[in-house]
Design a protein around this ligand. Structure first.
Ligand code: SF4
Length: 324
């Protein structure tokens, strides 16, 4: 984090961490928070923070239940307003990239969820709007504050960064994890396809950083850092949901120590594809398990709010020009 107004970085970190712990911000900054909250009957809530430049950040609070019925509320934070990656199944992609969020704007989402809305946040996932590794320095700066013992003091094992596979960003994050207190930070990869041909069609980044290069990069991550990878797979009917896709995916994963999280596609606005049926999701999960993989299935929450995975995005500003 760069110090504001010439304040040295360490001092700025200390100030921010202390303010966040006590739930007090600079009164001007607190007064500038323009907040809107929308709630889904399933317990999910989405909150929007309007920034002084008129652009909005969207964040989601997911009230999940852990082992033994204990609540483990998860906060899904945004790292950018919009996104430049252009994944065809994603609502945020329709906006293009408006701009990167600053370190302050990222941790502000934790502040609002905790101190304004009263949630006891147990986990943070960088799975909101934006590609976190397209804004990697601000994401790293925000993680440093979130795990700071003088501040929110979260365990890095409860923070996950999800990327479409920006190899340069994964390497940068790997160096940060190796050199910092964030040793247990979790990495999640949106794989979403069994082969380059399919992935090129739905995730344009793959044309520059293909699945072979991604696999090499992930093997390197796993050699350096403990803990399994999370591989996310958005299951889209007619695109990546065949039995052949499941077995090809299992072959690509090979010996990576990974858990696959199958996410039933949440249709974006004007989506060309429907959501998959329960039977199709069950069949795909079963085929992966039969291939020897550790597989979980994400429960769909917040679909009515357009707050489910891949649905964040503000239709009122999506037509605006890219700023960065
Ligand atoms: S899936 Fe993630 S990386 Fe892809 S366009 Fe959406 S927000 Fe960006």
């Amino acid at each position: 984090m760069r110090g504001r107004d010439g304040i040295p970085r360490e001092q700025a970190m200390r100030e921010w961490a202390g303010c966040l712990r006590e739930g007090r911000l600079d009164p001007k900054r607190e007064a500038a928070i323009d907040l809107r909250v929308e709630s889904d009957p399933d317990g999910t809530s989405k909150f929007l923070i309007r920034h002084p430049d008129g652009l909005e950040t969207e964040s989601v609070v997911l009230p999940l239940t852990g082992k033994g019925g204990k609540p483990r509320t998860t906060l899904c934070v945004s790292s950018q307003i919009g996104c430049a990656m252009g994944c065809t199944f994603c609502e945020t992609a329709q906006m293009g990239l408006m701009r990167n969020l600053t370190v302050e704007e990222i941790v502000l989402q934790w502040h609002v969820a905790t101190h304004r809305l009263g949630h006891a946040i147990r986990n943070i996932v960088f799975m909101g709007m934006g590609e976190p590794l397209d804004n990697v320095e601000a994401v790293i700066g925000s993680i440093e504050i979130l795990i700071d013992r003088r501040g929110p003091s979260m365990s890095s094992s409860r923070i996950a960064v999800s990327t479409v596979g920006r190899i340069d960003g994964i390497r940068r994050l790997s160096r940060f994890v190796g050199e910092s207190e964030a040793r247990k930070l979790r990495l999640a990869i949106s794989v979403n396809a069994p082969d380059d041909e399919t992935r090129n069609r739905i995730m344009p980044l793959n044309r520059a950083m293909d699945m072979t290069a991604l696999h090499e990069c992930l093997s390197d991550w796993c050699e350096r850092h403990a803990g399994p990878l999370l591989l996310e797979y958005v299951l889209i009917p007619g695109v990546n949901d065949s039995d052949h896709a499941a077995t090809t995916l299992a072959g690509w994963i090979d010996r990576l120590p990974a858990r696959v999280n199958v996410i039933p596609y949440n249709p974006r606005r004007e989506s060309p594809w429907p959501a998959p049926t329960e039977a199709d999701v069950d069949r795909f999960v079963r085929t992966l398990r039969d291939a020897g993989l550790d597989v979980s299935r994400r429960v769909t929450q917040g679909r009515a709010l357009m707050a489910a995975c891949g649905q964040l995005g503000n239709e009122h500003i999506r037509k605006r020009r890219r700023i960065d």
